[in-house]
Design a binder for this molecule. Structure first.
Ligand SMILES: Cc1cc2nc3c(=O)[nH]c(=O)nc-3n(C[C@H](O)[C@H](O)[C@H](O)COP(=O)(O)OP(=O)(O)OC[C@H]3O[C@@H](n4cnc5c(N)ncnc54)[C@H](O)[C@@H]3O)c2cc1C
Length: 503
């Protein structure tokens, strides 16, 4: 049994954006007052103020904290997200959809649905586009939503979903949650980080005009600047801009127009892409771009020219460098959020990486000795997670056929061996080769591979043979389409689904 005197008893979180408050809430919930948690944030510095689209695992984060979906959606002006529509990512005018959940229905224990579809696609494509077999796509396009069904015989069981929400409201909600669990919040700027000269561990942080705040474990949630992990500890940053060169964004929220659609839209622009995130009370918009191919003024104008409602705030310009901290956990400091790294927001993975960081930290929670092995394992798992996500993001760019210089450069990109391995497998044999711990599963890879026009030379394994077994496959395809259409028709509209939940 662990001696209580060696337990981590004082945790100091610096930063109160999504990373800081998600960390404070989750640690307060998990540690149940066995440690004293202090969070320091500076209103004068503020937060990055974006980050409003998520992926399905966010639901587990809220569930683990005991936050009801109704409370959450109400408090954050949230909406449901069934996937992302990519507009113009192959060429102007072409679209595809990355749905959450699964395609079709498994009608054969040996051959997954998508193998049948690939086989059909390579033999003339009578079954039609892949999107026709996604219940998330059908619901998204119909502006409808329902929760997944747990009956595997029903096509609603193939649906999965996440949320869009107002990040500032989420941080406020989590702040209340954390303060109710005795997290102490201090307002002000950390001006000094005091290191132990012998070990390099952080002993305390000092706020302007304040006494030192000592801790056993420090979480750096200070955003891109990384006040602790970089400013004080000089941990180093691995630059990934040769793979993901977008380095700026401009964001402008706008008034909602029409019904809130249950999906994110990502539209190509000259030097990057524009997001559209529909919330209940407004729409989040932004243009992520590379500054070698456009100016900040031109980017802002492009964004303003492509809003579908009146802007309701000033434009916010942001700079970033894609990549990751060389160590996420260094001595007694763990970087969570943007201080740990950033890959552009194309697949809404940053909030997930915060969630992943907190859950991983809780699994490997240290005592005061701060075993370097724990940090090593944490860093190994986190590096692998970042690299897998990076490859998935890069996949979106490399097969484009657009004419603009930025997009031509992306099409000629030399990408990682790990991504090349996956593309080779898919191109040659239709196999989606994942290592089991991937955040984005086979349906996601399939959606983007096919969506980007990467088509295999042959269908995988048994699919060609299985095409002639039992009930004709055309009948199966038709049954799945009919089931999706009927299930979608029976769903409430997205607006009603939100109202039913929150009233
Ligand atoms: C353009 C863009 C779009 C994005 N879109 C998405 C998205 O759709 N989905 C998604 O999952 N993620 C998205 N992200 C990422 C997401 O915004 C962040 O992961 C998330 O907001 C967490 O930020 P953070 O808390 O790490 O940093 P911040 O929000 O920057 O918070 C930093 C905190 O540290 C405090 N601080 C800093 N220095 C000091 C100091 N010296 N003393 C005291 N306090 C200090 C600040 O006051 C603030 O409270 C996006 C990011 C960008 C740049």
């Amino acid at each position: 049994m662990m001696k209580t005197e060696t337990l981590v008893k004082r945790i100091v979180i610096v930063g109160g954006g999504s990373a800081g408050w998600m960390s404070a809430a989750a640690l307060a919930n998990a540690l149940e007052q066995s440690a004293h948690i202090t969070l320091i944030e500076s209103e004068a510095i503020g937060t990055v103020g974006v980050g409003e689209a998520t992926i399905p695992p966010i639901r587990q984060f809220n569930q683990r904290l005991g936050i009801s979906e109704a409370d959450f959606v109400r408090a954050t002006q949230g909406s449901f997200k069934l996937g992302i529509e990519f507009d113009g990512w192959t060429k102007e005018g072409e679209r595809y959809f990355h749905p959450f959940g699964h395609y079709g229905a498994d009608f054969d224990v040996h051959v997954p649905f998508h193998h049948y579809w690939l086989s059909d696609h390579l033999n003339g494509g009578k079954a039609g586009p892949l999107d026709d077999y996604s219940i998330c796509y059908a619901a998204a396009k119909a502006g409808r939503f329902t929760h997944p069904n747990s009956d595997p015989r029903q096509v609603q069981s193939r649906l999965d979903y996440a949320y869009h929400f107002d990040a500032t409201l989420y941080a406020e909600y989590l702040r209340q949650y954390a303060e109710a669990r005795n997290v102490t919040r201090l307002e002000g700027r950390v001006s000094d980080v005091n290191l132990d000269p012998a070990t390099g561990h952080i002993l305390s942080v000092t706020m302007e005009d304040g006494p030192p705040i000592e801790g056993d474990l420090f979480l750096d949630c200070t955003g891109f600047i990384g006040v602790l992990i970089e400013g004080a500890m000089k941990t180093g940053y691995e630059d990934w801009s040769h793979w993901l060169p977008c380095n700026r964004a401009v964001a402008v929220p706008s008034e909602s127009t029409g019904d809130t659609i249950p999906y994110t839209r990502s539209t190509c622009r000259k030097a990057g892409w524009q997001w559209r995130i529909p919330l209940q009370h407004r729409t989040g918009n932004g243009y992520v771009y590379c500054d070698r191919f456009t100016t900040a003024e031109e980017a802002e104008q492009t964004l303003r020219d492509n809003l579908d409602g009146q802007p309701i705030a000033d434009a916010k310009h942001l700079r970033f460098l894609t990549g990751r901290r060389k160590k996420f956990w260094n001595k007694n400091c763990v970087a969570v959020g943007l201080s740990a790294g950033f890959m552009e927001p194309l697949e809404s993975t940053s909030l997930h990486l915060i969630q992943f960081a907190i859950m991983r930290l809780l699994t490997l929670f240290p005592d005061q000795e701060m075993s370097p092995l724990l940090a090593e394992e944490y860093n190994r798992l986190t590096v692998a997670e970042y690299e897998r996500i990076r490859d998935f993001l890069v996949l979106h760019y490399i097969a484009n056929e657009r004419d603009e210089p930025f997009w031509k450069e992306m099409a000629a990109l030399e990408f990682s061996d790990s991504l090349q391995f996956k593309i080779n497998h898919f191109r040659q044999n239709g196999v989606i080769s994942l290592d089991g711990r991937e955040l984005f599963g086979k349906p996601s890879w399939l959606a983007v591979l096919i969506g980007q026009g990467i088509i295999p030379e042959r269908a995988p394994g048994l699919s060609a043979r299985a095409m002639s077994r039992g009930v004709p496959v055309e009948t199966r395809f038709a049954q799945v389409k009919d089931a999706i259409a009927a299930a979608t028709h029976a769903m409430p509209t997205h607006k009603d689904a939100i109202r039913n939940l929150t009233q």
